[in-house]
Write a protein that binds this ligand. Structure first.
Ligand code: XMP
Length: 321
């Protein structure tokens, strides 16, 4: 099915909000819907649209998959609570790490996360809540890249010929599928969401598992979580589209306190982009890069090397996995 793109400069956010809230209300009728909030701008907008349309008949969950950034679950849940939206945190860490065990291939990791999320965790929530619909924030770029076979975005089904009703037992509603990231930000602002949300850099569905090359064990995720936190703080003043730390699989020889240390490598990426379809590495001042590297090797156990990616998308993609 061809999706009718609404270009960002033609998007009228107030009209869009009204129309999508009406569509959701019509589709769900007097039933119940559920959605997963991650705190990213896409899922935040969907949460607000759904609450506008359905009020308490939308059940919003934050799935703690063990792959999120430092303190993210509680920060997001309390931000939405302050806006009158209650969010239940579901602890599913063990399920995700169990599913990721032994997997090193990027697409297999994505598939394991998708299945755990939609079948295992959501399948159960749907059963318990009696919901027939799942609202989710798929955007047009997710569909494009999946259809082109570049990366399987974890939230795209119909375009791959998968019927969620058959595969998972519920229908999926995607109110944002005609717009791209910059359009979603316009809508978020019009919905009254705070700047910490509408200006929030994107974060991938597979979360930090997309930033660990090789097996995503709890220990390796914790390493990349710490490096991510430092990277985001140090590079925040650049106001880049997105910045990230990636844990490599290969080790390299380093030295610490006069002794050889065969240690781990972190690759930093920082992107300038409008809509994530193409991106250039941000021209970062060298002193900022070296301060970042110093902090990462000092504060994150086992890291002896830090590199900065200077290739563009394409042929790179923004996330490494
Ligand atoms: P890529 O890596 O495809 O990312 O250039 C484009 C933008 O989409 C965000 N994003 C994802 N990337 N898998 C991905 O690889 C996902 O499931 C996903 N969800 C969102 C990514 O962070 C970047 O901004």
């Amino acid at each position: 099915m061809k999706i009718d793109e609404i270009k960002t400069d033609e998007l009228e956010p107030v009209k869009f909000i009204e129309q999508k809230a009406n569509d959701i209300a019509y589709t769900v009728s007097n039933g119940i819907a559920i959605n997963a909030l991650s705190g990213g701008v896409d899922s935040s907008v969907v949460t607000m649209l759904g609450h506008r349309a359905l009020g308490d008949r939308l059940k919003t969950y934050f799935i703690e998959n063990g792959l999120m950034r430092k303190n993210e679950p509680h920060q997001i849940a309390s931000l939405f609570k302050n806006m009158g939206v209650s969010v239940e945190i579901i602890d599913a860490k063990n399920k995700f790490f169990e599913a990721l065990k032994g997997l090193t291939d990027p697409e297999e990791k994505r598939e394991a996360i998708t299945q755990t999320f939609y079948k295992d965790v959501f399948g159960r929530l749907v059963q318990d809540s009696g919901a027939k619909f799942l609202l989710q924030g798929t955007i047009l770029t997710d569909v494009d890249e999946t259809v082109a076979g570049i990366k399987r975005q974890h939230n795209v089904f119909e375009q791959l010929g998968i019927d969620p009703q058959k595969a998972f037992g519920y229908k999926i509603i995607e109110p944002l599928v005609q717009i791209r990231k910059d359009g979603v930000r316009k809508v978020a602002k019009a919905l009254g969401l705070p700047a910490s949300i509408y200006d929030r850099p994107p974060f991938p569905g597979p979360a930090l598992a997309a930033r660990v090359i090789g097996e995503a064990t709890p220990e390796r995720i914790e390493i990349v979580r710490q490096a991510t936190s430092i990277t985001e703080i140090e590079l925040s003043r650049m106001k880049a589209f997105q910045c990230m730390a990636i844990l490599h699989q290969d080790k390299v020889t380093g030295m610490r306190e006069g002794k050889r240390e065969f240690g781990l490598q972190i690759e930093v990426r920082c992107w300038d982009s409008v809509d994530a379809r193409a991106a250039k590495p941000t021209n970062l001042p060298f002193d900022l890069l070296t301060r970042l590297a110093d902090r990462i090797v000092d504060e994150v156990p086992g890291i002896v090397s830090v590199t900065y990616n200077i290739a563009s998308k394409p042929p790179s993609t923004m996330e490494a996995v």
